[in-house]
Design a protein around this ligand. Structure first.
Ligand SMILES: [Zn+2]
Length: 232
């Protein structure tokens, strides 16, 4: 899976000049370590107008491959689909099994997924943990809205994991750490309630919305369990 680049026509939003940019549509992190760095620091997406010097970050679909850590992340800006089954891609990589394939809609989620899979974590369990801890943060802040959380720290030795949330109308960053036991519990929930999702083909979107849905199913099952116990 070599990296792929294409020439793209770019119209400068500042001066209107038409120019060309070389964009990478596919990146292979296993082969090219430097490319990985350039993805994470955003350098790969940087563009400068040759005419007026205006600089911007280009957004376009890019497929990130890391075969060593067995994951592929497809960044497709603003995609709102839960599952993406690209026939051509599926056929091309049909010999590869047990690869985590994810689709993300924005750059921060893209970076987060890379961090999660490089750390050897299960992203489904991370999303559940993030949702649960997010509720705790909201309570701590008197019910303030908590959104766009990202895994920002993982330390197996100190048994902690940290999330950065953006809270309230001002989107103030708030860092909350959690014990790995919560992650362990989340993993159990994933094994019980996300079996179907684990088997899905193609690239799937595992985000906060997905986590809320799983947690809803988990709570409903718990409730039924409790009710059955009362009947007995
Ligand atoms: Zn320009």
């Amino acid at each position: 899976m070599p990296e792929k680049k294409v020439n793209k026509a770019v119209v400068c939003p500042m001066c209107g000049e038409l120019s060309k940019a070389v964009v990478y549509t596919s990146v292979n992190a296993t082969v090219d370590k430097e490319q990985r760095e350039r993805v994470l620091d955003g350098g790969l997406f940087a563009w400068k107008c040759p005419s007026c010097g205006y600089s911007a970050r280009l957004t376009y679909p890019i497929l990130y491959n890391d075969m060593k850590n067995r994951f592929m992340i497809y960044l497709i800006p603003k995609i709102d689909r839960y599952q993406l089954c690209d026939k051509e891609l599926e056929e091309k990589y049909s010999n590869l099994r047990n690869i985590n394939k994810r689709v993300v809609a924005d750059f921060n989620s893209f970076k987060e997924k890379i961090f999660i899979f490089e750390s050897g974590l299960d992203d489904m369990a991370v999303e559940l943990t993030k949702a649960v801890i997010g509720q705790t943060v909201s309570k701590k802040l008197d019910g303030a809205e908590v959104k766009n959380g990202y895994l920002s720290m993982y330390d197996r030795e100190s048994n902690t994991m940290g999330f950065t949330y953006f809270t309230g109308e001002e989107m103030t960053p708030y860092v909350q750490t959690a014990r790995l036991e919560i992650y362990g519990k989340s993993k159990e929930i994933v094994e019980q309630f996300a079996i179907k999702d684990k088997k899905l083909k193609g690239f799937i979107k595992i985000d906060g919305e997905w986590a809320d849905n799983i947690l809803y199913r988990y709570k409903r099952a718990k409730k039924i369990e409790r009710l059955n116990k009362v009947k007995e």
